[in-house]
Design a protein around this ligand. Structure first.
Ligand SMILES: Cc1ncc(C[n+]2csc(CCOP(=O)(O)OP(=O)(O)O)c2C)c(N)n1
Ligand SMILES: [Mg+2]
Length: 358
């Protein structure tokens, strides 16, 4: 197996890198807290899933990506977009449905993307992006490109057929992909050990004869080190792996779930005591990389950044009505297709042409 590309010691030896990880996690935490507030102010429509508590699992792995690698994520994707460097104002604008959003206001919370930064979404259907990410890994192999794919998904996705098909093919075809399961203990209100006969999810890799590895997903350096090693293995040895990062979401499944019925306050508290940002901040203090005052400054800076992101997103315009059919796949037939989908028009059974088609 490939050696770690950057070990935890190496990250700590590079102050700028060590602080960047802290800043990114702090930015996500503040962004998500303010997002929750914006949702209650009815500025965000549809679903909205927060990643508060899961920052290290997501950011630690993304930090290990090299230029040219590709990234896919589930609908819990705000941290993903911020971690690849999408401007917070463009992420917030997307949540608000504004034209300046990362998906031009068409995607919303679950469908963030930043193709320039090689983040290919934000997918709303549980498990559906695994075959797509596997296809991207096949494309790298097919074109003889030396990159790898990181595909992040929740523990619940492992119950879908798409998951099994993706891992099976990735192993059979020796594809360069790291399947990262972000095990946050629940799929909606169902605990992992209620839905998996083998709740140590990394062990499922054996089913496809791929390397499985479980790490503490609340330890950003452990996540980073393992992800770097597994991505290097994917690039150099063209082998997939199943990478389990064990973490917890403090909030409910989505903003519509208070998260109180299926778990106890004690359980939530026990995870808060292992908070990924607090722990990492303490480590930075112990190693004399940052003082408490340095970290406070970072918290203040990210809070200001999120505040500005909200103001900018609020000031932006909604997409114009005329642009409704822009950015769609399709040819001249699209008008007919959309005509058939008009309100009250069962597929192909509508008698009259819609007015705008005539
Ligand atoms: C195929 C499919 N089935 C069901 C749903 C409804 N659903 C949305 S999120 C979710 C739970 C998924 O949990 P997990 O994969 O653990 O991700 P987490 O929400 O914990 O990040 C379900 C069942 C869906 N979106 N897609
Ligand atoms: Mg889950």
């Amino acid at each position: 197996m490939a050696e770690p590309a950057v070990t935890r010691t190496a990250v700590l030896d590079d102050r700028e890198h060590a602080l960047r990880l802290f800043r990114q996690m702090a930015l996500v935490r503040r962004f998500e807290e303010r997002t929750e507030e914006q949702y209650t102010r009815a500025r965000i429509g549809g679903y909205c899933h927060l990643a508060i508590g899961e920052e290290a699992a997501s950011i630690g792995a993304i930090d290990a990506l090299d230029e040219g690698d590709a990234l896919f994520a589930s609908y819990r994707d705000h941290a993903t977009a911020l971690a690849v460097g999408s401007p917070p104002a463009a992420v917030m604008a997307e949540l608000f449905g504004k034209d300046t959003g990362v998906a031009r206001g068409r995607g919303g919370s679950m469908h963030l993307l930043d193709v320039e930064r090689r983040f290919f979404g934000g997918w709303g259907i549980v498990g559906a992006h695994l075959p797509i990410a596997t296809g991207a890994a096949l494309a790298f192999t097919y074109r003889d490109e030396p990159h790898a794919v990181l595909c992040q998904f929740g523990d619940g996705a492992m119950a879908t057929g798409a998951y099994h098909e993706a891992l099976n093919l990735a192993s059979l075809w020796n594809l360069p992909i790291v399947f990262q399961v972000i095990n946050n203990q629940y799929g909606m209100g169902t605990r992992v050990d209620q839905s998996n006969a083998e709740p140590e999810l990394a062990k499922h890799g054996a089913t496809y004869r791929i390397h499985g590895e479980r790490v503490d997903g609340n330890d950003v350096l452990a996540v980073r080190e393992a992800a770097a090693r597994l991505l290097a293995q994917a690039r150099e040895e063209r082998r997939p792996s199943l990478f389990e990062t064990v973490t917890y979401r403090y909030r409910g499944h989505s903003v519509a779930d208070a998260g109180k019925v299926y778990r106890t306050p004690e359980e939530v508290q026990s995870w808060r005591e292992r908070d990924p940002i607090t722990r990492y901040g303490l480590l930075l203090g112990e190693r004399e990389i940052a003082t408490g005052a340095d970290l406070e400054t970072i918290w203040d800076e990210v809070a200001a950044e999120v505040k500005d992101a909200i103001s900018e997103a609020l000031a932006a315009s909604f997409p114009s009505r005329d642009s409704l059919y822009e950015h769609l796949y399709g040819d001249d037939e699209w008008r007919e297709q959309f005509g058939r989908m008009a309100a009250g028009a069962p597929f192909g059974e509508r008698g009259e042409e819609p007015e705008w088609q005539t």
